[in-house]
Design a protein around this ligand. Sequence first.
Ligand SMILES: O=C(O)C1=C[C@@H](OP(=O)(O)O)[C@@H](O)[C@H](O)C1
Ligand SMILES: C=C(OP(=O)(O)O)C(=O)O
Length: 457
Amino acid sequence: MTVLRSAAAAGPLAGDLTVPGDKSISHRALMLGSLAIGETVIEGLLEGEDVLRTAVAMRQLGAEVAHRADGTWQVRGVGVGALVEPAQVLDMGNAGTGARLLMGVVAAHPITAFFTGDASLVRRPMARVMNPLRQMGARFMARAGDRLPLGLEGAATPLPISYRLPVASAQVKSAILLAGLNTAGRTTVIEPEPTRDHTELMLRHFGATVTVEDGADGRVVSLTGQPELVGRPVLVPGDPSSAAFPIVAALLVEGSDVLVRNVGLNPLRTGLLTTLQEMGAAITVENGRIQAGEPVGDLRVRGTGPLKGVTVPAERAPSMIDEYPVLACLAALARGRTIMHGLGELRVKESDRLTAVAEGLASCGVSVTVDGDTLIVEGDGLAPAGGGHIATRLDHRIAMAFLVLGLATRAPVTIDDDEAIGTSFPGFVGLLNGIGAHIAPIVEGAGGHGTEGAMTA
Ligand SMILES: O=C(O)C1=C[C@@H](OP(=O)(O)O)[C@@H](O)[C@H](O)C1
Ligand SMILES: C=C(OP(=O)(O)O)C(=O)O
C-alpha cells in the first residue's frame, strides 16, 4: 500500500502514450479461448490483476493458459462443455466481470465450483446473475443477500431461457450467453438499453451463431447453443475506460497536447467522448481503423481551457458507466453545472462510487450534490482548492480519477492507497508522469501526509 500525491504540473502535458488492453475484451478472450478447441493467441491482453485472476481460474478449470516470451498469451481450450471441476476455490479478487461471467460459464457445466473475492467483491450483488442462472438449472449455496463467497453446482442438462434484463448490465447479459453456450437450443437476452457487445462480437469470432435484432422491448440477442468453438487469434485494443484518465488529464491542464494511441472505439463504449465533445473538448480521432472486428483509433486531445457544464442523459450511462468518476472531476473545472442522470449502478461497483465521488470532490472544495441517482457538480471554470485526502475504498477508478483531479487543483490531492490501480491500469503513474504529470509516493510519518519520496512508478 502506497500513499500517492498528485500536484499541479509545472507545464502542459505533452507526448503520446498507449494505454493497456481492454479489460472487458481480455476477460472474454481468456474464457472463450478456454472453451474453444485448439489454440488461441491473444495479443495486447490486459495484464492487470482482474484479468490475471481470470487466467488462473481458467487454468483451475482445465484450460492451458501460458504467457509467452514475446508477450502474447496462448490458450489451449478444452471445448464447450468440457471444463473440469476445480480442486480449489476460484478467487476472483476485485473483479466483478471475472466473477459474474465465470459463474455463467460454470453454471452450464456438470461441476461444482466455489467462488470468492476481495473485501470489495464480497459486498457486490450477485443475485442479478444467480437468478437467471437458477432458471437455467444451476444451484447455489450462498450467504444471505446472494453474495460471494458461494458454491455453484452447474446444471447437467441446462435449459435455454429468454431473459429480459432488469438492469442494464453487460455482465448479466454475458453470464447468460456464456451459460447458453453449453445449453441445447436458443438462449435469448433482451436488453431494454444496449450495453457493451464484446461478448456477442467475440462469440461470433470464435464460430458461434449470435443474432441481434431490435425488438419492441429492446435489443434481442440470441445464441444457438452447443456450437463448436475454434481457437482464434485475438487482438485486444487499448481500453477506452483507461484512456479516459490521460484524456481528462490533458483537458484539465491548459495548453496540453496528448496523443493516446490504439484506443478501442466500440460505439457502445464511447459515451464519454460524446459528452466531452458536448462540453467543447478538442478531441480528434486519427488513424481510425477496424482491428479484429472492433473499431480502434488514436485520440489527439488538446487542453484549450475550461469546458462548459452539460447534462448527461440517463440513457447514455451504459456506454460510459466506468467513466463517471473522472468525468465528475473534469466537471469540477468546467464553467457551469454538469448534471449526470441515471447513475444508480455506480452504487454497486468496486465501491459506492456516487458517495466516493461526492465526498472526494467536497473534500477538494468542489460544490457537489447527489439527488437520488443524479450527480450534480458545479464549476466556475477555475481550479478548485484541492487538498483532499481521498479514501480509495479498493476502487481503482476512484484512485485514478482523484490523482487526475490533483493535476489541476491549487493544493495537491492525496489518495490513501494506490494498490487497486493495478486491477485495470498497471503502469498508470509512470505513463501519466511520462507526459508531464506530477504523481509521487509519499513517505508516511514525515509530517502531515508525509513528504514526497523517490519516484518509482
Ligand atoms: O461486461 C463488462 O466487461 C463490464 C460491464 C460493466 O459492468 P455492468 O455489467 O455491471 O454494468 C462495467 O462496469 C465493467 O467494468 C465491465
Ligand atoms: C466496474 C468495474 O469492473 P468490475 O465490475 O469488473 O469489477 C470497473 O472496472 O470500473
